[in-house]
Design a protein around this ligand. Structure first.
Ligand code: URA
Length: 244
């Protein structure tokens, strides 16, 4: 059996465990592909990210072990470690990045490489650190060569990420980079259009969580001139946290 076959078999078995017992169409429908997202907003409309279901888990520990036992995302075949989260889930602030890189895959924690060092500085700029922020990604395994995860890889992990949000119940979410913003807001708009404006992520019965997209720290390392925009976004975030 190839690793692709094993991933497909594992995904099917996970669907069965989750109570999915019927195929609605002979061919799969990729709802992330197309000229506009099925549930995403038109340009200029407000977002209420609500795509993807949640998975059953009553605690973060249960969720972590559900992720560790999940074989439905092809990324994990080549990864050394599952990278679940770091920081303080009680902090009120949740940061969601894109995907673990080489260092994260080695250590098993998000944002511990070069981009992570810049992220720590960004947090320090608003008086926070990893004891006062909670950090995760939209996929839990490193894509080889640090490529952007595919829509399918992000879709496979999305139910876990949504459950993650519902268990942490943050007062605000900072979405780091285009991939994170697009999958969680269900939009195809680029990060330059999305950044700096509040959106909402709705999960289950939870009141919608305010979510602010900003540039990914790895992008800021390549384009330091955009740090001024990110700083503006961080100040907006801080104002929200101070008043919420
Ligand atoms: N980039 C991310 O998006 N996440 C990490 O954990 C590290 C780098």
């Amino acid at each position: 059996m190839s690793s692709g076959d094993r991933a497909a078999a594992a995904l099917l078995s996970w669907y069965v465990d989750m109570g999915v017992d019927e195929a609605l169409a002979a061919a799969p429908l990729n709802r992330f592909r197309g000229t506009s997202p099925p549930s995403g907003p038109a340009e200029g409309e407000a977002d209420r990210g609500g795509v993807g279901q949640a998975v059953p888990a009553a605690t973060l520990q249960e969720l972590r072990s559900a992720v560790e036992n999940f074989h439905g995302c092809a990324l994990r075949t080549d990864a050394n470690r599952t990278v679940f989260a770091d920081g303080n889930p009680e902090a009120g602030l949740m940061l969601i990045g894109e995907a673990p890189g080489r260092e994260e895959d080695r250590v098993g924690l998000p944002f511990v490489g070069a981009a992570g060092k810049l992220l720590d500085q960004m947090l320090a700029a608003i008086g926070r650190d990893r004891t006062s922020a909670y950090i995760t990604n939209v996929v839990f395994w490193r894509p080889l060569n640090n490529r952007t995860p595919t829509d399918e890889e992000m879709a496979a992990c999305l139910p876990f990420v949504r459950t993650h949000v519902s268990l942490v119940r943050p007062r605000a979410i900072l979405l780091l980079g285009a991939a994170s913003a697009r999958v969680l807001l269900g939009t195809r708009l680029g990060i330059s259009k999305l950044r700096g404006q509040w959106h909402e992520i709705s999960v289950g019965d939870l009141s919608p969580v305010p979510a602010l997209p900003t540039f990914h720290p790895a992008f800021l390392l390549r384009q330091p001139a955009r740090k001024a925009d990110a700083w503006e976004d961080l100040r907006r975030l801080q104002r929200h946290l101070d008043t919420a």
